[in-house]
Design a protein around this ligand. Sequence first.
Ligand code: DI6
Ligand code: FE
Length: 403
Amino acid sequence: MSNRILCNTTLACLDDADRGYALVADGEIVIDGDHIAWCGPADALPTAYADCPRTDLGGRLTTPALIDCHTHLVFGGNRAREFEERLSGVPYAEIARRGGGINATVNATRSSTEDDLLAGALQRADALIAEGVATLEIKSGYGLDTETELKMLRVARRLADARRISVQTSFLGAHAVPPEYAGNADGYIDQCCLPALEAAVAAGLVDAIDGFCEGIAFSGDQIERVFQRAAALGLPVKLHAEQLSDLGGAALAARYQALSADHLEYLSADGIAAMQQSGTVAVLLPGAFYTLRETRHPPVQALRDAGVPIAIATDCNPGSSPLTSPLLALNMACTLFGLTPLEALLGMTRNAARALGLDDRGVIAAGARADLAVWDVETPAELAYRIGYNPLSERYVAGRSEL
Ligand code: DI6
Ligand code: FE
C-alpha cells in the first residue's frame, strides 16, 4: 500500500467553522498519493494504517498549505520611481491619469520576452513558496492587447510546470484603458478586451474573469459587458471593487454570482447584502491598503455580521502592493484591519480556496488534497504575530514534501 503517515504534529485542520482552528494535539495524517486519506489524533489511527511508513514532524504545527488568491505576479519592470513620487505627495490616481501607474507596467510588459517575464515571476513565486504557498492565482491585465494578454497567461501556466505549485489564472483585460484607446474605454472593451478574452479562452488559458471597476478604470456598464461574455463562456467572475471609491462594483459582481469581490475599502451596506446573498467571498488586500497609505478601512465587522467569508491575499503587483510575503499579509490583516489571527489564517486557506472556486483544498480533512505547511511554531497565532520571520519547516504539495 502506498500510504504514508505524518506523525508527531499538532494539526490546525480549519475544516469546521464552529471549531476555530480545529486543533488536534498529537495528530497524524495518512497521505494516499496526492490526497489525505485520514487525519486525527494518533490514538484513533485506524488499525488498517498501523504499519504504514511514518515521517516524524518533531512536534511542529501542520496547517493547510497557504493559498494566495489574488496576485498580479507576472509583469515587466518595476515602479520604484512611482513609489518615490507618491512619497513626495503625488496620489496614485494622479500618477495613473498621467499615463504612469498600470500603463507604465503595460509598456514594460509588452516589451518583455516571455522568458524574461517567466524569470521575474519565478523569483516572486519562489518567495511565496518559501512561506508555504501551494496554490496561487495570477491575473493578466498588463498586456491590454491580445498578444500580450496571452503572453502573460502562458507565463502563468508555465510557472506551474516550473515549480510544484497550482496556478489559477484570471483574465483581467478590463484592468486599465491602454494608451491607444485613451478616452475610449467603450471602444477598448468591445474592440480589444472582449476579442482578447475569446482568444485566451480558446487557447485554454483562462480559469476566471476579473475586472477593475473604478473611476480610473471601467464603469459598471463596461464591466457588465465583460461579465455577460464570461457568462456566455461559462466562466466564473471576480472583481476589483470599491478600492478607491464606491461604484457599486461588489453588488454588480454579486449579480453575476462572482466568486469574490476584492479590495472593498469603500464597500457599502448594499454591497455587503448583495455579497451575502450570492455567497461571494470578500478578498481583503492589506498590502495595497498599506502601500497606498489608505485610511478608509474595509467594513470587517459588517462583513462578519453578514457572514460573508473573508479571504486575504498579497495582491502582489508592481504598483499598489509590491508584496511577496503571505505571512506579512496575515500580520497586516490583523494589525491594519483588525482580523483575528484565526480569521487571517482562514483567509489564506479555506476561504481563499473558495475565492478561487476550489473545493478540494484549504483544509486538513479526509479527501482533501495533501497540500500542507509544517511550521516551527507552537500555536497558529504565531504565524500572524511575528513580523519578518519565516518559520516554515516543510511544504507538502499533492502529498510530496518539497520546499
Ligand atoms: N488594483 C490594484 O491594487 C492593482 N490593480 C488594481 O486594479 C494595482 C495594479 C498596479 O498599480 O499596477
Ligand atoms: Fe489586484
